[in-house]
Structure formats: C-alpha cells, structure tokens
Write a protein that binds this ligand. Structure first.
Ligand SMILES: [Zn+2]
Length: 255
C-alpha cells in the first residue's frame, strides 16, 4: 500500500488552494497539495458523460491504475472500493477507499465534487453532492464512515460547482436544504450550495482548517467547466479524481 506519504500535505508553506497550468486544460487544473484534482473540461471534452467512457479515458491517462467511476443517481449510497469489482460502475454517489493507490472519480456539471483524505489513516473518498445529496446529508455520511473506519483527521476538499450567482431555485430545494436564500433577485431565490456543504462538514466535526473550497462557479465559466444549468442535460462532465497517481495526469505541472 502506498499509504501515508502521498496523503500528507506536501508542504505547509504551499497555499492550500492553487491553480496549476495543464496542457490538457490550458486554463487551469485546480489542485490541492493532496493526491487529488478538480479537472477543467479539457480532460473529458468530447466524451460521452457516462461513467464507463470517463473510466476508459482515465485508464488511458493513468495506465496501470485501478480506477473507480460511479453510476451517480443523486442519492446517498456510498460504497467501499474493495467491494467494487473491476470495470463495474455501482449505482452510488460516494466511494471510500482504505487503499490510496486506487483512483476514485466523481463526475459533475454544477453539483459539488467532494474529495476527502485523512492525515492519520491511508484513506480517501470521493463524493458527488448536488442539492439532493446535500439534503440527504451525503457529506456528513461519508465523514461518519471515514471516522468509523478509524480516521479522526479528515480533510474535505470541495471543487467548482454552480455558485450563488447562478443557482436560482424553488422553495422545494430551499426547504430540502433547510437553508435561507443567499439573495433574492426579482422574486427569484439564489442558494449557495458551498455554504450548505461547508456547514454540514463543520457540523460533522471537521476542523475549519481542514475544509478546502474552490469557489469557482461552473455556470459562469463556460471556457473552463461544463454546466448543466447553462448547457442542459447533454453537456459534458467535469471530473474530479483522488488517489493513486491522479496527480500525474499528463501535462499537469505541480511545482
Ligand atoms: Zn455563476
């Protein structure tokens, strides 16, 4: 097991959230000093958005890696990597691995990609959290499962998703999230999913210093990210990956 080393923050002097240039995604790939990335649209441009196609692409980019992609359904099922047979795509919105050599992937197009890792255990997780997942508390659920498996020092990284600038929703969503609108414009209510997610992570006992958020709005950044709200169901998927040699995606230049 490649364990501890790759899981620790590389250097505390490195800014926690940084955008690095990448040949695949010239604008940026957003990376933490962690074995995970929130990738811009270049990585999956032109591909079908389904899990199998994305899985094949990642296998090409990261040869030799075990890669897990989920058949995401906006629910709260979280699977264990060791229970997922190779080249299968379980119906789930989260996956946890005690083996950080496995590459875990989530696909999003406005929902929040959440990548988690631990300082005290070789453990990683990837979670897909839209409003339905947040309403079902999938982030606290994943944190609870990581704690149950022995980790107390958990980091939660949240990637680009639709921002309060663009996320106008109905009362059903506001009620389900138990939140207040961030702002009201001409009778429309705008919600901040990142704030909801952050509060849920804090409520689950995560140290505020261990919550790392990229506030980029997918809907405002057409050149960089896919957005369901902006482009509809047929849009592509942004991918976020953690574990294994995910950080060695071709062209990524991490100093
Ligand atoms: Zn926006």
């Amino acid at each position: 097991m490649s364990s501890g080393k790759s899981l620790r923050a590389a250097d505390s002097t490195i800014q926690k959230i940084k955008a690095f240039p990448c040949q695949l995604s010239p604008e940026c790939v957003i990376a933490f000093p962690m074995p995970g990335l929130f990738c811009t649209r270049g990585v999956t441009e032109g591909l079908h958005r389904g899990p199998e196609t994305v899985w094949k692409r990642l296998k090409e980019l990261l040869p030799g890696s075990r890669v897990i992609c989920l058949n995401q359904v906006h629910a709260d099922q979280i699977v264990r990597a060791e229970d997922v047979p190779d080249q299968t795509f379980p119906e789930a919105d989260g996956v946890i691995s005690m083996d950080p050599s496995v590459v875990l992937c989530v696909r999003t197009a406005d929902c929040i990609p959440v990548l988690m890792w631990a300082d005290d255990k070789p453990m990683i997780a990837a979670v897909h959290a839209g409003w339905r997942g947040l309403a079902l508390k999938i982030i606290p659920k994943a944190i609870g499962l990581m704690k149950k498996r022995g980790s107390l020092q958990i980091h939660v990284g949240m990637g680009p998703s639709i921002g309060p600038c663009c996320y106008a929703v109905g009362h059903d969503v506001i009620d389900a999230l138990h939140t207040e609108p961030e702002r009201l414009v001409q009778g429309r209510s705008f919600v901040d999913l990142h704030r909801v997610a952050r509060l849920q992570a804090l409520g689950a006992g995560i140290d505020p210093e261990h919550i790392h958020q990229v506030q980029t709005c997918t809907c405002c950044t057409q050149g960089s990210f896919f957005s369901y709200r902006r482009d509809g169901e047929s849009t592509g998927r942004n991918i976020s990956v953690i574990g294994g040699n995910a950080c060695s995606l071709p062209g990524l230049q991490v100093p």
